[in-house]
Ligand binder design. Sequence first.
Ligand code: SF4
Ligand code: FES
Length: 237
Amino acid sequence: MVNLIINGKKITAQEDTMILEAARAAGIDIPTLCAHESVSRSGACRLCVVEMRKGNRSKIVTSCLYPVEEGIVVETKNERVLNVRRLVLELLLARNPESDVIADLAKKLSVTPQPRFTMDTDKGKCILCRSCVRVCEEVVGVSAIGLSRRGSQKTVGPPYNEESAVCIGCGACAFICPTGHIEMETTEDKRIIWGRTFKMKTCDVCGRYFAPEDQLKYISKITGVPLKELAVCMDCH
Ligand code: SF4
Ligand code: FES
């Protein structure tokens, strides 16, 4: 176990715990956008910055990626931290002016769009955190989407922005996306995501549409559970 201090509070945490988790376990909130417990961390949004002091040296670190250490002193909302966080939000606001999530976070810290940053109007709400890519690869296991192009042109989606043959329409990417960038429309017998339309399956018990057929076929294939045993929705199980 490791002893540290966060915002003046003495805390004990397991080795290898990230500062973010140690803080949250102690009831100390640190704002985040891209850190999700289901996928590996990218450190993309930088919103979770904190000040970490070791001996007489201090630095700003991303708390979702920085593990606890014996004797460190952490500040999550002193003026230095808040200034960095405000700058991060100014940049996020400029890059994704359409995102309500970012606008709400900015409002909480009294951050307004800054004329010194040019507004990007072609990025939608994507902060390029890769959580969608990681969940598709690490949790679902199909790798239907990825990042393409370089620099300011970078975007997320299926290769060449064409319909993905391996996508199963599960929607995990849309559920994990912190900013709501990924559009998914589910209407009764159809789900549309990444430009492809998936047929939904009805529950054998209640008759309600509950999952894309391709998703059920994929689960059956990787688990060996017969398809007919997967034809019942969560509510009727
Ligand atoms: S679409 Fe969402 S989850 Fe994927 S990289 Fe962009 S912000 Fe992150
Ligand atoms: S939450 Fe830590 S960098 Fe995004």
